[in-house]
Design a binder for this molecule. Structure first.
Ligand code: T4K
Length: 379
């Protein structure tokens, strides 16, 4: 099905950065240059932390170099060791942030309706070595917070959340950010809100925030007083400038994402076996991921639809195929893990994540949907 004339002359990427106010960014960077203060807890980082904490209604925000190092620091600050239960259906940074520090990730299955952890699967995997659970708010849909809190309480486990997809999302009236003992955000360029590279640990727990702050800066409590085994997880002033410049435009980005999401739902409607994962009724969404599902009733396979999109310069992605348990080192460590993960394996075969954000408009969505429809009808 190679098309000689792609529908789009320029590639349409998933994860194209949203750039809020380039002039404000340059102004803030000029200020940092004038001050000659470029990193190490600078004024722009502090301002970004304050504004994020306010926005999420959470007591503490510790900005970091990226979301992965924020996960690593939070995991250490919570004292997780031994085994920690995580979903396999997530970006590989989630389990890597455990195994990178000698902790065994144990993969639990997901609820096929939400793509987030299935609490029953979590319960089955608890052993005497289990010290914690990391829920992932996948695609910005909140993980089953209440059930996971109950399990953690019952078994004396630490609970935190990978909220890399869930900045600006709420569960009822409560913003994601204050669930569990800590939550971790990613502000990577591909996220709907970005600081180029960046992330944060957010928490209401003052001790965790203090420890995370120390760990982020090599463990320095004073000029020459090291009180922890720390790392370098500091955010730079240039990244904080990007974050601040993007924060002002965030509501517009959500509006655009929502418009695109609605357009995908509308334009893909009626194609047999093709649907868009519903946003859910849980509260506010950031509409950052449009997840198209190709199920068994579809005449074309997921790979055929993906190939047709790519032939037309639509660089959609099959996140998070094939599941972390099928990536190294986990597939060698746990060759039988798939047997416990039937829903993960099924969902991973069905998903295509579609381009959205401020570089995509409704006309583009309509053209993308025509490609999908034509490929399915040709099958
Ligand atoms: N937990 C979860 C659940 C996550 O999803 C992530 C990150 C993390 C933790 C870790 O947070 P960070 O440490 O990254 O802050 C991308 C992102 O790099 C990654 O941040 C993100 N999740 C993941 C879902 O997507 P890749 O391997 O897909 O990146 P790549 O290079 O293939 O780029 C993705 C798309 O974005 C491509 O279509 C190209 C486009 N792109 C990318 C960049 C950087 C642009 O158009 N412009 C750009 O500047 O991981």
């Amino acid at each position: 099905m190679t098309s000689p004339d792609p529908a789009f002359t320029e590639p349409l990427h998933v994860g194209r950065p949203n750039i809020g106010d380039p002039e404000e960014f340059l102004r803030l960077v000029q200020g940092a240059l004038d001050r000659r203060w470029l990193s190490n807890d600078g004024p722009l980082v502090r301002e970004l932390e304050t504004r994020i904490a306010e926005r999420l209604g959470v007591a503490h925000c510790v900005a970091t170099t990226n979301g992965t190092i924020a996960l690593e620091i939070a995991i250490r600050a919570l004292g997780m060791t031994g085994e920690v239960i995580v979903p396999s259906f997530t970006f590989v940074a989630t389990p890597h942030s455990l195994s990178w520090q000698g902790i065994t990730p144990v993969f639990a299955d997901i609820d096929p309706d939400t793509h987030c952890l299935d609490p029953a699967s979590v319960r089955r995997l608890i052993t005497p070595r289990t010290t914690g659970i990391i829920g992932v708010h996948l695609w910005g849909r909140p993980a089953p917070v209440t059930e996971l809190e109950e399990i953690a309480e019952e078994h004396g486990l630490q609970l935190m959340f990978d909220a890399a997809h869930a900045f600006g999302v709420s569960l009822g009236d409560r913003m994601v950010g204050s669930f569990g003992r800590a939550e971790v955000l990613s502000f990577h360029a591909t996220k709907f809100f970005n600081s180029v590279e960046g992330g944060a640990i957010v928490t209401d727990d003052a001790d965790i925030a203090r420890t995370a702050r120390l760990m982020r800066n090599f463990g320095f409590a004073g000029e020459d007083d090291v009180v922890y085994e720390g790392t370098n997880g500091k955010m730079t002033e240039v990244c904080a400038a990007m974050g601040l410049a993007n924060l002002g435009a965030l509501d517009e980005v959500v509006t655009t994402n929502r418009r695109n999401y609605d357009a995908y739902v509308r334009e893909l409607h009626g194609i047999e076996g093709v649907s868009v994962l519903p946003i859910g009724e849980q509260g506010r969404s950031n509409y950052q991921y449009v997840v198209m599902l190709i199920d068994e009733a579809c005449a074309a396979t997921r790979e055929e639809v993906l190939a047709a999109l790519r032939d037309n310069n639509v660089l959609a992605r099959r996140y998070f195929w094939p599941g972390c348990h099928r990536m190294e080192p986990y597939r060698t460590m746990f060759p039988e893990a798939g047997a416990n993960l039937p829903e993960t394996e099924r969902v991973a075969e069905r998903v295509i994540v579609m381009p959205t954000g401020t570089s995509v408009d409704e006309q583009a969505v309509a053209a993308i949907a025509r490609i999908v429809r034509a490929r399915v009808e040709a099958a």
